[in-house]
Design a protein around this ligand. Structure first.
Ligand SMILES: [Zn+2]
Length: 259
């Protein structure tokens, strides 16, 4: 069993990476450099000193305001850092110091960036999904049980949503799925394999539909409005990554008992 301090170190590392993910979420859609210039206040453009740039903690001791101009800092910054910290900690607790754990950490961070960019701009950036597909194929081919699991996952993930995109104008009279979602699920499939990508789309679809119905019911959203699907696919992928083997095993045992 993994020692507790390993989990703490992973979470700390996750918070630091989370800080960089904030930069990616903000700058990738704007096509700005991820390294230059350094972090600045979005309001007054004053460079942020390292001691005001400590993940989560700086936000707390600055009480959520810029030191120079007192403008409010979005609470999403510490949220993304905390989310990535929790993700890395959980992955370390679940998988220890295995190669899988590092790959899952990388995928988790990619999904965090994709989800927040999709929420902000309703796009899933190719600059993540295309290199992600290539990387997923390389590591998936080595790490998954069978050599074809990864390519199978990529084709099945992309194929399912491609089919949905093709058929939804006929079924619902409107566009259902963007090209970005297709590439995102293809990337997830390359990393996790064909079985887990099925679980991903089932979990993502159920939660997405539930949230959609709730938002329409609460009149936050009108029927037919567009909900970004990227965050739900990402959530499904995280469930599949963390508990997919158990869920599929449990489902498989149900099928064998029935026979
Ligand atoms: Zn400022």
């Amino acid at each position: 069993m993994i020692e507790q301090w390993h989990v703490a170190v992973a979470a700390l590392f996750g918070a630091l990476i989370g800080s960089f993910l904030n930069v990616c979420i903000y700058r990738l859609p704007a096509r700005e450099s991820l390294v230059r210039p350094g972090s600045r206040c979005l309001h007054c453009k004053t460079p942020i000193a390292w001691y005001d740039n400590v993940p989560i903690l700086s936000y707390l001791w600055l009480r959520g305001r810029c030191r120079s101009c007192r403008a409010l800092i979005a609470w999403r910054y510490p949220l993304v850092e905390a989310l990535n910290a929790a993700g890395y900690g959980f992955i370390a607790w679940r998988f220890g110091g295995t190669v899988d754990a590092y790959v899952y950490g990388l995928l988790f961070s990619g999904l965090v960036v994709v989800s927040f960019i999709d929420l902000d701009h309703m796009i899933v950036p190719d600059r993540i999904t295309l290199p992600g597909m290539a990387l997923g194929l390389v590591v998936g081919t080595f790490l998954l049980p069978r050599w074809w699991d990864s390519i199978g996952g990529l084709l099945l993930g992309g194929g399912m949503l491609y089919f949905m995109a093709w058929i939804s104008p006929y079924l619902f009279g409107k566009e259902g799925m963007g090209g970005g979602d297709i590439k995102l699920l293809a990337m997830i499939g390359a990393f996790l394999g064909w079985q887990q990508v099925l679980l991903t789309v089932i979990v993502g679809g159920i939660v997405g539909a539930g949230v959609g119905v709730a938002l329409v019911g609460a009149r936050v959203m009108t029927r037919g409005a567009y909900i970004p699907f990227g965050p739900f696919l990402s959530l499904g992928a995280v469930v599949a990554m963390l508990y997919g083997t158990e869920i599929l095993g449990w489902y498989g045992s149900l099928l064998t008992e029935r026979r």
